[in-house]
Design a protein around this ligand. Structure first.
Ligand code: ZN
Length: 270
């Protein structure tokens, strides 16, 4: 605790907009980090907050290591639920949405260096192409992962993949038959391509996670874990019937106090 106070005190001067550090520490949960793009944001990006530099990502992995966290993947979590193998004492899930090539170029080498697992949610039809769902006026075209890169990461044993649907459409705004198609088709295609069961998926834009018919369709499609963008730390054991797994958005302008507050309080800012 003294260590924590010293760390907080060092940055307290700039912390006025931050979530109050004296709020209770969340224990017994599954902190699930949500990243998108690793690297320096390109000129013209209006989504700067979703870019985390490689230097910051490294500091965050170092924090996890220093604080005794073990990065797990979806299969570790499912094995624990089935009683095959218990979870480590302090588990953390490191997730990346969309499947950008910068995940391979910048995040994967750092995960390898730290020996930490990560999970990447892929938008099936954009692989080997670009982020076609973005308006290029707000986010320039970015390269998405190639299947060779995806296979190399899977073969390393460090990266597990999940679905982020076929086309990154907003599930809450689609007719239910198209929602079902997005869920089942992306699962089947990814499983055919990678020879692994798709255990987890993330809702594009987090949308649909709280619309009962969408969530029901998602769970009926055969996924075990569904991930929203609701800020927080889901408790363990996670009750699937209650709500999708909450995540911690890691922003490009976060400092290490924000990261610490996210990891311990489930929230960094008001
Ligand atoms: Zn997305």
């Amino acid at each position: 605790m003294i260590g924590e106070l010293a760390a907080l005190g060092a940055v307290a001067a700039g912390a006025s907009a931050r979530w109050n550090w004296w709020r209770p520490v969340v224990t017994g949960g599954m902190p699930t980090l949500m990243y998108h793009k690793i690297g320096d944001y390109p000129p013209g990006s209006e989504l700067k907050k979703l870019w985390v530099t490689a230097a910051d990502f490294r500091k965050q992995l170092q924090y996890l290591k220093d604080h005794g966290y073990t990065a797990i993947d979806f299969r570790d979590w499912r094995d624990a639920e089935k009683g095959i193998k218990p979870l480590p004492e302090k588990p953390v899930l490191i997730t990346f949405d969309d499947g950008y090539m910068n995940n391979y170029e910048l995040a994967f080498p750092l995960l390898k260096e730290f020996g930490m697992k990560g999970c990447i949610f892929l938008v099936y039809e954009t692989m080997e192409k670009h982020n076609g769902w973005h308006n290029p006026k707000t986010e320039p075209w970015l390269k998405m992962l190639t299947w060779d890169q995806i296979r190399e990461m899977q073969d390393s044993g460090l990266i597990e993949f999940g679905s982020h649907m076929m086309r990154h459409r907003n599930l809450a705004e689609l007719p239910l038959d198209e929602v079902t198609w997005e869920l089942t088709e992306s699962k089947k295609r990814l499983e055919d391509k990678l020879g692994r069961e798709m255990v987890g998926f993330a809702y594009p834009y987090g949308s649909g996670a709280y619309k009962p018919e969408v969530r029901r369709a998602a769970l009926e499609a055969g996924y075990r874990f569904d991930f929203s963008v609701k800020q927080g730390i889901s408790r363990l054991p996670w009750k699937r019937e209650d709500e999708a797994v909450k995540r911690l958005l890691i922003r490009g302008d976060d400092n290490m106090l924000d990261f610490h507050l996210n990891m311990t309080r489930g929230k960094a800012r008001f």
